[in-house]
Design a protein around this ligand. Sequence first.
Ligand code: FES
Length: 78
Amino acid sequence: MEQNVNIEILDKLTKFCVCKCISRATVKKAIGNGAKTIEEVKKVTGAGTGSCCGRRCTPKIQQLLNEYINETPLPLVR
Ligand code: FES
């Protein structure tokens, strides 16, 4: 329980897309709601549309998608 709370807090504080201030929690929520590709995550969240054009955040989004596809459980985001 406490570990899940800590993960949720870290997810909200960790910026996946620094350019657009998109948190890991937002990306996880998009994936949890059915986004299955980088393009879908970017469309839903706005990540990857900042000044670096996704060079910094795209690998992180891909890694999270890979974890999700490999059925690593994602903590629920409220
Ligand atoms: S970090 Fe996502 S667009 Fe730059």
